[in-house]
Ligand binder design. Structure first.
Ligand code: RM4
Ligand code: MN
Ligand code: MN
Length: 430
């Protein structure tokens, strides 16, 4: 059983691996820790910080042209959870999973919850899907869902969202993420104002179905699959919906959903200021919604985003670990999905650790004195400081591996999964 593999990993293999690397690690950690005055606080915050893994990113993704499936991919929700359990056993920072419905419909809630508890996982936001037509679906979403000119289509999409909430309630989720592909491909196709109003009214019905402790995350995207207009096209439009909906509605930032060169860190800062930032779908991109490994293309941008996050959350007295949704939204065309996800979580932890060690007083002073050079020096000095031993130490203390990726390879985890699941498995979802 894979489940047993995850547990075995936790107990023996990780300890052996850490013992082997300990002396070298300690030396590097001591060296870097000496320069960080709040090192204990930083490590505690790193231990508390958990990134949710999307259930749709555990298999090989594809492009519009082809999908080259890997081997040993999870064939069921249970196997996907076991994969996330493996990641979490290795890094102790992936203790949550985000489900996409209907790609992953939980059939036996009690069994799924028991498995989650065994793997030390909780359920983050549940995601609805009205961007595809499902088998046996009455009406088509070809021309949109919540925005549709036909009320019956809107109703069908609203009901789907409410059904997703119901699944989430059973599992202990506390948020619904709505990403709409609604929009238009050609000028004249859509009356923008009517499309907005229809979407708002539909979202209001979904909002009314939220339990008291729930949030709804309105995710925006500037382009694709519609190429002329998107009905939730940017953070301004998402914020309009969120403000009109009410206090349980927030704007979700997916790093790949902006027009080229958008200043995402500024968007993050202002959404936080308004108390309307939902959280993130982390990924990286060069050209569009590439869904690449977090930090693989623009690590400095990621660091600048975390700089604004830490500053803004602290200004509002927020709990870093709990008050926002931290999720990955990635796709893996050429890498092993589990290795890729380990890299993504590592990149997120690194950017967070760096942001935690910025000298805020110094940075404020530089800003107050218009000392542009000093401000840049402060940020870049931290960005160029190697804090990998600090996040490794946080992992070690919480029972994870000093080098998760190395251990994943040393233990030939993928080979074992292939043996268990076979060569020709194709995971559902993207
Ligand atoms: C979209 C968007 C959503 C994700 C789907 C699969 O581009 O990022 O968050 O649920 O892809
Ligand atoms: Mn997304
Ligand atoms: Mn996307």
């Amino acid at each position: 059983m894979i489940k047993r593999l995850a547990m075995q990993l936790e107990k023996n293999k990780i300890a052996e691996h850490n013992d082997r690397l300990l002396i070298g690690h300690q030396r590097k950690f001591d060296f870097v820790a000496e320069g960080i005055s709040n090192i204990e606080e930083v490590i505690q915050k790193l231990i508390d910080f958990q990134v949710a893994i999307p259930s749709w990113a555990l298999g090989t993704g594809g492009t519009r042209f082809a999908r080259f499936s890997g081997s040993g991919e999870p064939g069921s929700l249970e196997e996907k959870m076991e994969d996330v359990g493996l990641l979490h056993a290795l890094n102790q920072s992936s203790g949550a999973i985000s489900l996409h419905i209907p790609w992953d419909i939980p059939e036996n809630y009690a069994a799924i919850k028991t498995l989650a508890a065994q793997l030390d996982l909780r359920f983050d936001a549940v995601n609805s899907n009205t961007f595809q037509d499902q088998k046996n679906q009455g009406l088509s979403y070809k021309f949109g869902s919540l925005q549709h000119v036909n009320k019956a289509v809107r109703k069908q999409a609203i009901e789907h969202n409410i059904e997703v909430i119901r699944h989430g309630i059973e599992l202990g989720s506390e948020a619904l993420t709505v990403w709409l592909s609604d929009g238009s491909c050609f000028p004249g196709q859509l009356n923008f104002r009517k499309a907005f109003q229809n979407t708002l009214e539909s979202l209001q019905e979904v909002y009314a179905a939220l339990p008291a402790n729930w949030k709804v995350f309105v995710e925006y995207k500037a382009f694709e699959p519609n190429f002329y207009s998107m009905t939730v096209g940017d953070w301004g439009q998402s914020l309009l919906y969120a403000n009109k909906l009410g206090p349980k509605a927030y704007t979700l930032v997916d790093l790949g959903h902006h027009l080229p060169n958008a200043n995402i860190e500024q968007i993050v800062s202002l959404l936080l200021m308004e108390g309307k930032l939902a959280g993130f779908h982390f990924n990286d991109s060069k050209y569009g919604d590439d869904d690449l490994t977090v930090g693989s293309i623009k690590p400095y941008q990621l660091f600048l985003i975390f700089n604004e996050l830490v500053e803004g959350m602290d200004a509002r007295g927020m709990d870093h670990a709990k008050d926002l949704g931290w999720m990955i939204d990635a796709s893996h065309n050429v890498k092993d999905p589990l290795e890729d996800l380990l890299q993504s979580v590592e990149a997120i932890m690194l950017a967070y650790a760096q942001a935690l060690t910025i000298d805020r007083k110094k940075l404020n002073a530089a800003q107050e004195h218009n000392d542009v050079v000093a401000a840049q020096e402060i940020l870049q000095d931290i960005f160029r400081t190697d804090l990998r031993p600090v996040i490794a130490e946080a992992r070690r203390i919480s029972g994870g591996a000093l080098q998760p990726l190395q251990l994943f390879r040393d233990l030939k985890v993928r080979d074992r999964l292939v043996k268990e699941r076979g060569n020709k498995t194709v995971a559902s979802g993207l």
